[in-house]
Design a binder for this molecule. Structure first.
Ligand SMILES: NC(=O)c1ccc[n+]([C@@H]2O[C@H](COP(=O)([O-])OP(=O)(O)OC[C@H]3O[C@@H](n4cnc5c(N)ncnc54)[C@H](OP(=O)(O)O)[C@@H]3O)[C@@H](O)[C@H]2O)c1
Length: 205
């Protein structure tokens, strides 16, 4: 038995959330069983937890779009018990039970080994949102962006993806112009390294 955050749909259509003891045979099929150590709180998790966006089709459901943990059992040659692993994406936490549980069973194809130099906790501090920000920056670099080329505009700068993008771009030496609809986040954005703050309304003009 292990603990999981279960969301369910009541007869009146309302969504309930509760932490329950779950038997292992209730986990969905998969070839790797993982002892989950950390997961993040992503925007999509908020939607799943409250029944928004129609992301969850089958109840009861375990949300959590990502997780980091240690392999408990594996029938796939790529992973063995004791391996530290990370999962992001693949509609885990939406179409498949996710990381808000002490254990998860998933396809081996969805897992990657924990990158060297990162702890499980650090990998989830980056999380799916931070990973998305990095992928976007790598794409900009692939298109030739270099520090010194000029200001880089980050929209939704105080959000999950935007704040990590702001921090990484600034650390790489770019002049970051952060667009936000929340003036109260100016100090936060400057701490992340934004050189200039542009109110969202100004950008829309
Ligand atoms: N999070 C992920 O893992 C992930 C993965 C793939 C793709 N994405 C996509 O990346 C985008 C950002 O996701 P997120 O997780 O960072 O969401 P988030 O934390 O909710 O941040 C979104 C930000 O967008 C800004 N915003 C809100 N309403 C807006 C409006 N009407 N016009 C312009 N900007 C507005 C806000 O920025 P301010 O607070 O600065 O005003 C808000 O914080 C979304 O399009 C999402 O689908 C996210």
């Amino acid at each position: 038995m292990f603990k999981a955050l279960i969301i369910d749909k009541a007869q009146d259509g309302s969504i309930t959330q509760s932490i329950e003891q779950i038997a292992e045979n209730r986990l969905p099929e998969g070839d790797v069983l993982v002892d989950v150590a950390f997961s993040t709180l992503n925007y999509k998790d908020g939607l799943c937890l409250t029944g928004g966006g129609g992301l969850v089709r089958t109840y009861p459901h375990v949300p959590g779009v990502d997780f980091a943990g240690v392999v408990a059992e594996s029938s796939d040659a790529r992973f063995a018990a004791g391996d530290p692993v990370v999962l992001t994406g693949w509609r885990v936490g939406e179409a498949h039970w996710g990381g808000y549980a002490q254990r998860a069973r998933v396809k081996a194809d969805w897992l990657v080994p924990l990158p060297k130099g990162l702890t499980l906790r650090q990998s989830m501090a980056v999380g799916t949102a931070g990973f998305t920000a990095m992928l976007a920056i790598m794409d900009l670099e692939a298109h030739g962006l270099k520090p010194g080329d000029g200001p880089v505009l980050v929209t939704g700068a105080a959000g999950g993806v935007g704040s990590v993008a702001t921090a990484i771009l600034a650390r790489l030496g770019h002049e970051v112009v952060a667009v936000t609809g929340r003036p109260e986040t100016e100090g936060y954005l400057r701490d992340l390294g934004a050189a200039r703050i542009v109110p969202r309304a100004d950008l829309a003009e």
